[in-house]
Design a protein around this ligand. Structure first.
Ligand code: MN
Length: 231
């Protein structure tokens, strides 16, 4: 047996403070999971959680303390930032109760759910899938994964994004509509989670456009910062 072409290298994210690498399986994303962001998108913020996916190779892995780059994607004239807390699953399972969710979490990272908003809005209007707006190449910048026991009180951590040194988004993980444990409970009824899954948990209000040359600096208290320049 031989491969018809060279298999892709595994997608990995470094573990903060270690030489270990976290091999990525899937990227799940939660939609409209902060009430004020749901409102700015024209919704009430009171709906059940819903999910979409990005391909694992959409990650742009940015090592600790360095500034990464993301190419401005094709087809869009309205590239939006969404700063998000990312949960890294260390132990899989299905129908995980919220009370048991913590034992399935390896750690946490800072991520950006970059969005071609114009294309997403076109798809929404047409009742079509969001893939072209959400799941494009380089759409998921991420920093190192901090193990859960080193991340502090992540459920109450401040989360923010600045562009060019100015605040665009600033909130707290405590304002998640569906908190981390509840998200894992819901998600694991729809898919069997596996070690290596990443969950982008949703973004607070303040999403807006960026252009080539902009530098985005995002943070979640306890996880450091994530710095990305759009090129
Ligand atoms: Mn998002």
């Amino acid at each position: 047996m031989s491969f018809t072409h060279t298999p892709p290298a595994p997608v990995t994210v470094p573990v903060a403070g270690s030489s270990d690498l976290f091999p990525v399986h899937r990227i799940y994303c939660v939609g409209r999971n902060y009430e004020e962001h749901a409102k700015e998108m024209g919704f009430t913020g009171r709906e059940a959680p819903f999910f979409f996916l990005k391909p694992a190779d959409a990650l742009v892995v940015i090592p600790d303390g360095s500034a990464g780059t993301m190419p401005y994607p094709s087809l869009t004239h309205n590239l939006h930032h969404e700063i998000e807390l990312v949960v890294a699953i260390g132990k899989g399972g299905k129908n995980i109760a919220a009370a048991d969710a913590a034992q399935h979490i390896f750690g946490y990272a800072i991520g950006l759910d970059m969005t071609r908003r114009d294309l997403q809005n076109d798809m929404k209007k047409a009742g079509r899938p969001w893939c072209i707006g959400k799941a494009f190449d380089h759409s998921a910048p991420i920093g190192p994964i901090t193990p859960a026991d080193q991340a502090g009180d992540i459920n109450h951590a401040e989360i923010y994004l600045q562009v060019g040194g100015q605040d665009r988004q600033r909130s707290t993980v405590a304002k998640l509509i569906w908190n981390i444990a509840e998200t894992i409970e819901h998600l694991s009824t729809a898919w069997e989670l596996q070690a290596g899954d990443l969950i982008y948990t949703g973004t607070p209000e303040g999403v807006a456009a960026v252009v080539r040359g902009d530098t985005l600096v995002g943070g979640v208290a306890g996880l450091g910062t994530l710095s990305v320049q759009i090129i």
